[in-house]
Structures are given as C-alpha cells and as structure tokens.
Design a protein around this ligand. Structure first.
Ligand code: HMG
Ligand code: MG
Length: 302
C-alpha cells in the first residue's frame, strides 16, 4: 500500500511528557511549552489531564494551564478525562477534545484507573454522552495495546475488543498505545490489522513509547498499513507513572525527520520543534535525547 501523503501529529509532550516529571513544573513553563508548540504548527496538542491530583500530582495545574495558553484557532487542545468530574473540569477549561482512556490489559486498568476494563467503559458512558451533547470531540486511548508491564502478552483480539467498545461509545478517534514501548514492527502490524476490522483506518492512531528504541520502526510499519495519525512528545519527554521503567514517547523531532524524508506532509516546522525540544530539556534540567533534534542543533551551532 502507498504511504499516506500527509500525517497528523498529536503532540503529547505537555501531558504525557510532563505527567511523570518528579519535580514541580511551573505553570509558566507548561504554558510556554504549549505556545511554542502551537506556533510550530501542531494541529493537535494534548495539553492537560483532569485526573485525580492524588494519582498524578503533576497534572494538578491543568485548569490554570488551559486558561493561560494563547489559543490558536487551528489547534485542537485535548484533555484527559477519566470520569464525569474530569469531563466537567475539561468543559470549564474549554478543551476542544476530551480523551477517555481504557486499557487492553485488566491488570493495567486496575493500576492506572482503579477499575476493570468493563467498569471503565461503564464510567465512560456518561462522559461520552456529555461530550456529544456539548459538541466536543471524543477520543479513546487504549493503553498496553502491545504489551503490559503486569500481565505481559496482550493479544490483538483483546485490543480489537476494546476498540469495538470505544467505537460504540462514539469515539471520533482511537489511539493504539504502546505504553511501555515493547512493540516491534511485526506485533504493531498484527495489532493494527485486528483493529482495522473494527474501526476506520483514517481515525486510528499510533501512540508509541520508545523504551526499546523500536518506535520509529513501528511508525514506519504503521504507515505501510495506511495509518496516518501518530502521537509523539517533543524532546522524547515522558513515561507513565503506572508503568515503571517505561521511557517517554517517541521524540517528535525524530518522527518529523522520518516523515520529511518520506515526503509526507505534517504542516509542522521541524526547526522550531528542535529549538523547543532543546529549550524544554534545559528548562527541566534534562539532557536532550532526540537523536534528530540533537543532530540538527549541532549542525546549526557548527
Ligand atoms: P479513584 O480513587 O478510584 O476515584 O480514582 P474516586 O472516584 O474514588 O475518587 C477519589 C478521589 O479522587 C476523590 O477525592 C475524588 O473527588 C477525586 P477525595 O474525595 O478523596 O478528596 N477525583 C478527581 N479529582 C480530580 N479530577 C478527577 C477526579 N476523579 C476523582 N477527574 C481515578 C479513579 C480515575 C480518578 C484515578 O485513578 C485517576 O485519576 N487516574 C488517572 C491516572 C492517570 O492519569 N494516568 C496517566 C494517564 S494515562 C497514560 O498516560 C496512558 C496514555 O498516554 C496512553 C499510553 O501510553 O498507554 C494515555
Ligand atoms: Mg503514553
């Protein structure tokens, strides 16, 4: 199959990237991060999570962040909403899209959102109804779709089953997430092939973490199937608090470099993202880890 001509990148750095930071990240830094990203041309930024502050303290300032960012009309700002309480906060914060998040593994569902997969779907029913009533986009995310830190193997059929349930709730888009970054291209292909039988290909996305350095290979395998939405995090920030040892999302700079080389359009300015990646790494006191980002930065400095 021919590769897609254009791809939508959902930048998840401000949420997935920052949620695992141990130190408090000041609101000004979070706001500047979002504003630099929207200026670089991202069509969709996952900016907030309205979750229990006891479970994920780093996201406790989400309402303030959403209130202070400079909104761009062409950017969709998304927020995680595990229940109706989270949805109401997201609505008040003027989120353009809300994200319900389930797991393909029972063990991870319990650890991450304190309930079974079936209970989580029940909990999402009122969120989905409220999102539809408010005319807000609804996205569904499936964690541990390619492997689980507690249960190990997750079958493609188990993932496809959750896709079907999220489709029934009316999700506009569904994310297949490799929370712990264990997938290889063969597994990625098998899981997407099962999911494609349940949901339109143009509304399925790949959310890869890069723990084993396979994310770029997995994205290429997904592109070959025709997947055209990917999540990534500038500077490769991140990790899930409930998946010990898992590293961040694939770095946006690396994904943009891959796509540019394939002649696939994203509408995003790679140079601006590289500068943002270097800036946020410095602001967090981290060594920047995007390979493409560091190479482009070094070339510019030379
Ligand atoms: P629970 O303790 O079972 O919930 O948590 P509860 O209903 O019994 O409420 C307990 C307390 O939390 C109460 O407060 C509620 O008011 C409060 P108290 O009365 O004790 O003071 N509460 C809330 N506060 C703020 N916002 C809310 C909210 N809901 C309840 N929305 C719950 C259940 C789902 C709330 C909890 O487990 C939770 O917040 N989990 C979030 C976990 C999380 O954010 N994980 C990371 C994001 S998922 C991820 O990273 C994966 C992804 O990137 C894809 C991938 O890579 O896999 C998306
Ligand atoms: Mg994630």
């Amino acid at each position: 199959m021919a590769l897609p001509k254009s791809v939508k990148i959902v930048e998840v750095g401000p949420r997935d990237g920052l949620q695992n930071e141990a130190g408090v990240v000041p609101v000004e830094i979070k706001v500047e991060f979002c504003d630099r990203l929207s200026a670089a041309g991202f069509p969709n930024i996952e900016a907030a999570a309205f979750v229990s502050p006891r479970w994920v303290p780093q996201m406790a300032t989400s309402a303030e962040v959403m209130a202070r960012i400079a909104r761009r009309p062409d950017t969709i700002y998304s927020a995680l909403t595990p229940n109706l309480k989270g949805f109401e906060a997201a609505l008040a914060a003027r989120a353009d899209e809300v994200v319900i998040f389930a797991a393909a593994s029972e063990a991870f569902s319990q650890r991450n959102i304190n309930c079974s997969i079936a209970e989580s779907i029940d909990r999402f029913v009122p969120v989905a109804k409220a999102a539809k009533a408010a005319g807000i986009r609804l996205r569904g995310s499936i964690s541990c779709a390619l492997g689980c830190p507690y249960q190990g193997e997750v079958t493609p059929l188990a993932v496809a089953d959750v896709v079907r349930r999220l489709k029934e709730l009316g999700c506009d888009e569904i994310d297949i997430a490799d929370t712990i970054g264990v997938a290889t291209p063969a597994k990625t292909r098998a899981v997407f092939e099962a999911c494609l039988r349940e949901f339109p290909i143009e509304r399925l996305s790949g959310h890869f973490h890069d723990t084993y350095g396979q994310a770029i290979g997995n994205i290429y395998a997904s592109l070959e199937l025709g997947i055209s939405i990917f999540h990534s995090s500038t500077a490769g920030l991140g990790g899930c608090p409930y998946a010990k040892g898992a590293t961040g999302n694939v770095a946006t700079e690396d994904v943009l470099y891959l796509l540019a080389g394939l002649g696939i359009d994203t509408g995003i300015d790679l140079q601006q993202v590289v500068e943002t990646g270097q800036w946020i790494s410095r602001a967090l006191g981290k060594v920047p880890i995007s390979r493409a980002g560091n190479a482009i930065s070094a070339r510019k400095a030379a």
